[in-house]
Design a protein around this ligand. Structure first.
Ligand code: KG4
Ligand code: ZN
Length: 354
């Protein structure tokens, strides 16, 4: 079964053709990073307008890269949320029009389920139960998957997402947008011991939740106290030891915060695999730490490639395939829904009180 996937929830316009929810035939990603960089973050209005311009050429490219024609696809899957409302509507409207014109079923996909499904692409199938950490610019969620497609939210961020904290720190240091890749690169050349940052503890005893705003405040305070200047125009960030060390201290704390929740969950529940996805899953230190935890526990670790970690339509087509098998075919009233909350149907309980 061939699915055309479409993703426009934030600042990437992407279209992909995926076979049977598992094999990527094409995955075209047009990033708007450069348009948003001067603003230090995504400007929603610019994003939606740019999606409208990009969608047709990106979809055409996805077909030509895959070597298939419009008549070959069996369904269209599109991100319907969460994300920026205008950006989502651009993709949903396009997908509905395309599906209507070709007489194809259309499937609305949860972006977070898409990130998780990236772990199932182009490789062996993860065994279940599994623990899945989704870390992106908008989300930091830890799920328990009792089985394929069954998500239970164990913990999430109470404030900033991990990627958002990277982006905010980079903006403050004049490193541009997005902040993750550049801070990751600088961190690998810095000394993490120069800035030992503390992790939050939750007075209500939550063991799997995250919080990154306190970490961000600690780093910003150090920038003030030590008089660390943002990067000057034309200056190479690699030359700045103070920024490299700060990035290393910050990255070390983010990785500790993320892995702490995973390790705690592993104390409570027996799983067969660890899954890591979302834009921050591109992070070199986090990938290394996940591999280490997997090796220590004898668990296979499923890490999408970098291109499948950050926003892309192949993961949406993959999630669309699963949704199709569940019978989730949308009607003509399909619309964007920014309030989707994967795995949050029941109250979040401690694993100890199952
Ligand atoms: O999943 P994604 O592409 O979009 C959202 O759904 O939010 O994630 C984008 C986020 C951005 O915050 C970006 O800074 C972060 O992923 N990111 C990284 C790295 N590459 C991208 N964060 C840390 N290290 C990286 N190497
Ligand atoms: Zn995403």
């Amino acid at each position: 079964m061939l699915i055309l996937g479409i993703e426009t929830s934030c600042d990437e316009t992407s279209a992909a053709i995926v076979a049977d929810g598992r094999r990527v035939l094409s995955n075209v990603i047009s990033s708007q990073c450069e348009l948003h960089a001067p603003f230090g973050g995504v400007v929603p209005e610019i994003a939606s307008r740019q999606h409208l311009l990009n969608l047709r050429p990106v979809v055409r490219q996805a077909f030509s890269d895959a070597g298939v024609t419009f008549g070959d696809v069996d369904a269209v899957a599109v991100t319907r949320g969460p994300g920026l409302i205008g950006a989502l509507l651009a993709g949903v409207s396009f997908a509905k029009a395309f599906a209507f014109a070709r007489g194809l079923p259309v499937i609305g996909v949860d972006h977070i389920e898409g990130h998780i499904r990236a772990c199932y692409l182009d490789g062996p199938e993860p065994p279940h139960p599994a623990l899945a950490l989704v870390v992106s610019g908008g989300h930091t969620n830890l799920f328990l998957l009792a089985d394929e497609g069954r998500y239970r939210l164990l913990g999430k961020t109470r404030d900033d997402a991990a990627g958002e904290a990277y982006d905010k720190l980079a903006k403050r240091l004049g490193l541009g947008y997005p902040g993750g890749p550049v801070l990751d690169r600088l961190a690998s050349r810095g000394d993490p011991r120069r800035h030992l940052l503390s992790l939050p503890h939750f007075s209500d005893g939550a063991r799997y939740d995250f919080s990154f705003s306190g970490l961000k405040t600690q780093v910003l305070r150090r920038i003030e106290n030590l008089g660390i200047e943002p990067l000057a125009p034309g200056e190479a960030p690699e030359e700045r030891e103070d920024i490299r060390d700060l990035a290393a201290g910050f990255q070390s704390a983010v990785v500790r915060a993320l892995s702490r929740a995973v390790l705690r969950a592993l104390e409570e529940v027996e799983v067969q695999a660890l899954l890591l996805s979302g834009g921050v899953a591109a992070n070199s230190a986090l990938r290394a730490r996940f591999r280490e935890i997997g090796a220590e526990r004898g668990l296979p670790v499923f890490l999408p490639t970098i291109a499948l970690s950050t926003d892309n339509a192949a993961m949406i087509a993959a999630a669309g395939h699963l949704a199709f098998l569940r019978g989730e075919i949308a009607g003509p009233d399909l619309t964007a829904d920014t309030s989707l909350r994967l795995g949050e149907t029941g109250a979040r309980r401690s694993l100890r009180h199952r």
